[in-house]
Design a protein around this ligand. Structure first.
Ligand code: HEC
Length: 109
């Protein structure tokens, strides 16, 4: 394979799609951003009830209620003890996880 980065990105998308289609047996289609949130390890460091995440390393996202832009910026650059995901997540995955967090932070379920 000549171009390994697009190939990796395509593989990641394929994994995300297959995970999503397995989960689609549930009544509600799984948000692709939820898949990124759990598979990228965000849950290990953050509380987010909508993702059943109970991590205590970083801020509680249900209390912070960050905007999509704020989540995307933090995920790209990391910092303050959080890793940067710029080289491990695709732009589409960052967008998906950012809108998932912005939409679901502060929700009870
Ligand atoms: C190793 C632990 C760790 C992981 C994994 C992690 N974070 Fe963080 N996160 C942190 C810490 C610590 C901070 C606080 C950074 C600071 O105060 O500068 C933070 C801050 C944040 C913030 C707040 C940024 C702001 O503007 O205040 C958001 C949103 C966030 N993380 C989302 C995520 C998402 C989404 C993921 C998964 C892609 C993730 N984090 C993965 C530890 C982590």
């Amino acid at each position: 394979m000549r171009k390994s980065i697009p190939a990796l990105a395509a593989a990641a998308v394929a994994v995300a799609i297959s995970v999503t289609s397995v989960a689609s047996a549930a009544p509600r289609v799984t948000d692709p951003g939820l898949t990124v949130f759990t598979s990228a390890g965000c849950a290990a460091c953050h509380i987010l009830v909508a993702a059943k995440a109970k991590g205590m390393v970083g801020p509680n996202l249900d209390q912070l209620k960050p905007s999509t832009a704020r989540v995307a910026a933090q995920v790209k650059k990391g910092g303050g003890g959080m890793p940067s995901y710029k080289s491990t997540l695709s732009a589409a995955q960052i967008k998906a996880v950012a809108s998932f967090v912005a939409k679901n932070a502060g929700r009870k379920k």
